[in-house]
Design a protein around this ligand. Structure first.
Ligand code: PMV
Length: 324
């Protein structure tokens, strides 16, 4: 039996930045995201008669650090569910560049956990799938669900209450997230290393944690009220706070490129002219712009002057995982 799964990536409106437990990947704060419909991973899993797992990225078999991460991840399932003798072939591909601040690990590990859990017939609930996805990459726990999603950081030490739930589904609100690919080469600092260094050395990190509850409340309310201005203003401020902690980490972390800043200024300019649009940036140089669907063509035309057309992807809210 081959299980084939598609999961979408997600972009945080209120970011996760900092781990409580690095092995369990439990976060120091809750986060809220929007799952996107056009950036996804497709992963298939099959139990094979072999002494070891086989991992293929884009149809090429790999035995490197990345494939080892996948094998280690499958081990978690094998150990927890007494399936030690089961070896698995994984074939996975993204439809977008890996490790470029486009949250490839979010769709990657959520697809992998759904595929592995199902090929091993584990009958896991969505909550359990969210928890297992989190063990691969924190933000992956949010990609189990479509639409608007909150990851509750949880309180207990074993991480069993640290998982995502859906706030509203993908059909709820006519928004676009315009993904502007400023840079699609692999970033030189992973988010795991970046957030660890920030927690350890940034003098402003406590302020990040002190102000997060207010951001979460605003964005939750903004979603429930369909108030784009409330969601957007808070999202933008939250992003700038996260990047400020990165800038003031020792040594400093600066993911932005000149075009990142150019797009930030353009978004602010468009807003001054009356367009309701807001930016956010993850651990990379790429910018995502949140706006009403009706406004996205107008915004695209302006970004067109900064980036080539094929570097701009207009996304809507996407679904949770699907078997294909
Ligand atoms: O889960 P990771 O290791 O991909 O970290 C994600 C970190 C950010 O993208 C910057 C924020 C977020 O909440 O997605």
């Amino acid at each position: 039996m081959i299980v084939k799964v598609k999961t979408n990536t997600n972009i945080a409106l209120v970011k996760y930045w900092g781990k409580k437990n690095s092995k369990l990947k439990t976060p120091l704060n809750n986060s809220i995201s929007m799952t996107l419909d056009k950036l996804f991973t497709i992963t298939s899993a099959e139990v094979i008669d072999s002494k070891k797992d086989e991992v293929f990225f884009n149809n090429i078999q790999k035995e490197d650090d990345k494939s080892k991460k996948i094998v280690d991840f499958i081990d978690i399932f094998r150990n927890n569910f007494d399936k030690k003798d089961k070896k698995i072939r994984i074939i996975t591909e993204n439809n977008f560049p890996t490790a470029s601040g486009l949250a490839s690990s979010a769709s990657g590990f959520s697809a992998l956990s759904v595929a592995v859990a199902n090929v091993l017939n584990l009958n896991l609930t969505d909550k359990e799938l969210s928890i297992y996805s989190r063990l691969g990459s924190g933000s992956a726990c949010r990609s189990i669900f479509g639409g608007f999603v909150e990851w509750n950081k949880g309180e207990v030490e074993d991480g069993s209450d640290s998982y995502a739930t859906q706030i509203k589904d993908e059909n709820y609100w006519d928004l676009n997230m315009i993904v502007c690919i400023v840079d699609d080469i692999k970033k030189d600092k992973s988010s795991t290393d970046g957030m660890k260094e920030t927690v350890e050395t940034c003098p402003f990190y406590p302020a990040w944690l002190e102000t997060i509850e207010k951001d979460l409340q605003e964005v939750r309310n903004g979603i429930l009220e369909k108030d784009l201005e409330k969601v957007g203003q808070t999202m933008e401020h939250n992003c700038l706070k996260m990047h400020s902690t990165m800038f003031t980490t020792k040594p400093s972390i600066i993911y932005w490129k000149p075009k990142t800043l150019e797009i930030i200024h353009k978004v602010r300019e468009l807003r001054n002219e009356g367009l309701n649009c807001y930016f956010t940036i993850d651990a990379g140089a790429n910018v995502k712009i949140l706006c009403q669907k009706n406004d996205s063509n107008k915004i695209m035309n302006f970004i067109d002057n900064i980036l080539p057309k094929d570097k701009i992807i207009v996304c809507s809210a996407g679904s949770g995982y699907n078997f294909i």
